[in-house]
Design a protein around this ligand. Sequence first.
Ligand code: GBH
Length: 488
Amino acid sequence: MSSTPYKALPKDFIWGFATASFQIEGSTDVDGRGKSFWDDFSRTPGKTLDGRNGDVATDSYRLWKEDVELLAQYGVKTYRFSLAWSRIIPLGGRNDPVNPKGIEFYSNLIDALLEKNIIPFITLYHWDLPQSLHDRYGGWLNKEEIVKDYTRYAQVCFEAFGDRVKHWRRLTCIIFRLTMNEPWCISILGYGRGVFAPGRSSDRARSSEGNSSTEPWIVGQNVILSHASAVKVYREVFKPVQKGQIGITLNGDWQMPYDDNPENVAAAQHALDVAIGWFADPIYLGHYPPYMREMLGSRLPEFSEEEIQLVKGSSDFYGMNTYTTNLCRAGGDDEFQGLVDYTFTRPDGTQLGKQAHCAWLQDYPEGFRSLLNYLWNRYHLPIYVTENGFAVKDEGTMPLEQALNDTDRIHYFEGTTSVLLQAIHEDGIDIRAYFPWSLLDNFEWADGYVTRFGLTYVDYNTQKRYPKQSAHFLTKVFYFHSNSFTQY
Ligand code: GBH
């Protein structure tokens, strides 16, 4: 248990686990679902580490009731999940038909959660663009089309799900929605590095199409504008009645100077500017970070006066996904990291923290605290931690019993939950939610099923779910620190 002395979490603080549609649902061709651009991408040889795709995933489209039971058993107050755009509007576009079966699926899920006093925390877009929008006009690359199509999709969701939730007991004022998950990943991994769908890149060994020096920055801007346009509609048409909060969630890890060499100190800020400020500065402050313009010149699109009015202030809170800390050194030619080199090896040769299964992740809770302070001081908005988690090294090849005894993951969450409490009680930061990633082991994008982030182990042969020790650990921590478990 945390070493922080007992002090209750704020009354309205919510915690729960997170997932995303394409990572868990499977059933990609049933009940009228249209294709998403992850369907074929993940089926293409060489795109995932183990050659496996999202056709079944954790089979949650069929097993969703079991998932809800599991959440109830863990005692969560909220569940973060995403909607598959192509289930709701199979062809995606603003003149394309809505699929009643898609609406019904998510309606049933929402009802079942509310029945258990679990607040639905909905993400509209977690990376699964309808394939037909990509084929028709280039998807996220086409500002004129995508902003309108995304806005209409969002509107269909606000109409279908927002109102019904509102009438449910006292949960009325605490329904939050996220427009987008991690625009940096959408742009850079999809159109720069080309490792995520649609896999566009200048690297011709990887992709026959794409331009990594221009497309990610165009896509980033179009994602921002789509988000902001959906928020405008929500605020004008739905918020007066539904009273919900709406915002965006950004990925971003703490960037720490490698040493006190002034060049490396500046490099850490440059890394933050590109990882976080690229999106957060326009949305919360009304302009791109000056360093982005300096680095990219005219390759970074300009916002018109009208656009920036739309964008500035378009998120009610700061949505934060964070996993690790990088040590930053000036140099290198990677624009996606702000021309900064990342390492986990300190100048004295020691490692920053425990290594996870994926190369990009080490356990360093102090960085989480620094990042919370940085975001609070820079953007002055309540923070929702919408993802945070750890993949234990080699968990995928361990015998079940060993995998369930996930001490490295427990250690990670011991650190992050202590820091969370310190940030709230000692640093005075207004933190309103915490979502460990993920409820289940699931389809880990380009890693396939090799890398496991779940608090629940999934046996992919039987689809049986087994709680890991870390899930029990988190349940205990939040039970202990919560003063609001009687509020319903
Ligand atoms: C989250 O992204 C996702 O929202 C979630 O779907 C996913 O399952 C989870 O993380 C676990 O990975 O070396 O250039 O390829 C986390 C943010 C940002 C972390 C990109 C990995 C790798 C950068 N990710 N980063 S690169």
